[in-house]
Design a binder for this molecule. Structure first.
Ligand code: NAD
Length: 465
């Protein structure tokens, strides 16, 4: 396969446009072959991917498979459904448009750009690519430079499976990203933080390029009095401390009904002991913070509040123990910014209305978690809050359901993907009306004189006035 280092961004784009113009990606069988090829490449490279994730994040092997290589399921789901997704869909015509027929044709958007972050660096590059391939696009991927080992592994995997005039990886940091953004793409799919999201959208606006923004934010986790506390604690601790809290949909903070707070904290303590032992620094199942900068940001967040569990840190290893803090206020930095690390603030509430009000006073989150066995209260939280996605009595797992669209709302993003939604995100749905010549209604043509009455009858109904 051709080496990318010598090819400029502009050359690459123009090569991809030339390839697109050959029409090969229009053929669904071609797309199926490419999805299979991607699957084979992931399978063949799994050990390299795991090693790269270990080097970048000290990611446990189990979490590398569960949170990253599991993207193979997205490929399989697309392979099962692509023929039906790619079919044109007939729609009905109003009687005054008859005779004729109307169909919606999904067509590729063209050449698309995927910019991905460092926290699930493999999955967040590959899962959008599945939608892009399924929809028949050419793709350039710009992985995060911060997870540099995984960036390299992705580039090698893609180079081993695809010609760069079809799918290419361009590695590098902010300058490379900005050089790409200066070009005209047909769609930009960005996963990352809100501040960079605004830069992406502004750059895309220069070319009127549509964007999908998969952003972050503070995802609340509400634990009500009647939740099964031991199981809730396990699901919360798993969602929060997996990947050392560097998960976009990790529960950012807990809102706990005041009468069960101490019981929940006891359950969290024994859960963490069970997960990671007496010293999580020695556990093979606990990740590290990605960089010194992020480590320092997280350590600074521990200044306010009272540490109830954990709190140990080690700058050499960029280790921060699974930590629970209490006594924080909404004005503290830990409650102002997305934590994105293994620090779990706990705030009490006295009524569910109060908890809902706390959530609704803040930007719409990417995920909201509610633990309660009471169906009415589940329905109340569902109805009275807005978030990208929601789990009841669970955390994080919703993003593993390919039939559920995954994306944010408001500050947590725009657009969505996974499964058919991914296919739709990377497709244009072209509306097509077909008419025969054998029948003509001359009423619509000038001269209009004497025709207005009939038009009004058509608009307002033949039986009226
Ligand atoms: P980031 O926004 O700093 O970087 C993401 C990508 O943008 C990287 O590839 C980076 O090189 C590029 N980039 C950074 N600055 C840029 C600039 N000025 N111009 C152009 N490109 C630039 O995000 P991150 O730190 O890698 O990831 C963490 C954030 O991502 C968190 O906010 C997290 O919640 C969010 N996130 C969201 C999801 C989701 O699915 N919604 C998933 C993972 C992470």
């Amino acid at each position: 396969m051709a080496q990318l280092t010598t090819i400029s961004t502009q050359d690459l784009l123009s090569k991809q446009r030339q390839f697109l113009a050959t029409g090969q990606t229009q053929d669904v069988s071609f797309r199926i072959r490419q999805l299979r090829r991607l699957r084979q490449a992931v399978t063949a490279n799994q050990e390299k991917i795991v090693a790269a994730l270990k080097a970048d994040l000290h990611k446990p092997i189990f979490e590398s498979y569960l949170g990253e290589i599991l993207s193979v399921h997205e490929i399989d789901y697309a392979l099962r459904h692509i023929r039906s997704w790619a079919k044109s869909k007939p729609v009905s015509l109003p009687w005054e448009q008859l005779p004729g027929s109307a169909q919606i044709y999904p067509e590729p958007l063209g050449v698309v750009l995927i910019i991905s972050p460092w926290n699930y660096p493999f999955q967040l590059a590959i899962a959008p690519l599945v939608g892009a391939i399924a929809a028949g696009n050419c793709t350039i991927i710009k992985p995060s430079e911060i997870s540099s080992h995984t960036s390299r592994a992705i580039a090698q995997l893609i180079e081993s499976a695809f010609e760069p005039d079809y799918i290419a990886v361009v590695e590098g940091g902010v300058e490379v990203s900005q050089a790409l953004l200066a070009e005209r793409f047909d769609h930009i799919f960005f996963t990352g933080g809100n501040q960079v999201g605004k830069i992406i959208m502004a750059a895309a606006a220069q070319h009127l390029t549509p964007v999908t923004l998969e952003l972050g934010g503070k995802s609340p986790c509400i634990v009500d009095a009647d939740a099964a506390l031991d199981k809730a604690a396990r699901r919360i601790a798993w969602g929060k401390f997996m990947n050392a809290g560097q998960t976009c949909v990790a529960p950012d903070y807990l809102l706990v009904e005041q009468t069960i707070k101490s019981d929940l904290l006891i359950a969290l303590k024994s859960t963490l002991q069970h997960f990671y032992g007496d010293d999580p620094a020695q556990s093979p199942d606990y990740a590290r913070i990605i960089s010194d900068k992020h480590y320092q940001r997280l350590v600074d967040l521990l200044d306010k509040g009272e540490i109830t569990l954990g709190g140990q840190t080690n700058p050499e290893e960029r280790y921060i123990a699974p930590t629970v803090i209490e006594g924080v206020s909404w004005a503290d930095p830990v409650m102002q910014e997305e934590i994105f690390g293994p620090i779990l603030p706990v705030i009490e509430y006295s009524s569910l209305d109060q908890a809902i009000a706390m959530v609704n006073q803040r930007p719409k989150p990417l995920a909201l978690y509610f633990f309660s066995e009471n169906k009415e209260r589940q329905a109340k939280v569902l109805r009275e809050t807005s978030s990208g996605g929601m789990c009841i009595n669970e955390t994080v797992m919703h993003l593993g359901v390919s039939s559920l669209p995954f994306g944010g709302v408001g500050d947590s993003g725009m657009g969505a993907y996974h499964g058919k939604t991914g296919f739709d995100t990377f497709s244009h749905h072209k509306s097509v009306l077909r008419k025969p010549f054998w029948l003509e209604f001359p009423i619509r043509y000038p001269p209009y004189q004497g025709k207005l009455g009939l038009l009004k009858k058509i608009i307002f109904g033949l039986t009226e006035g």
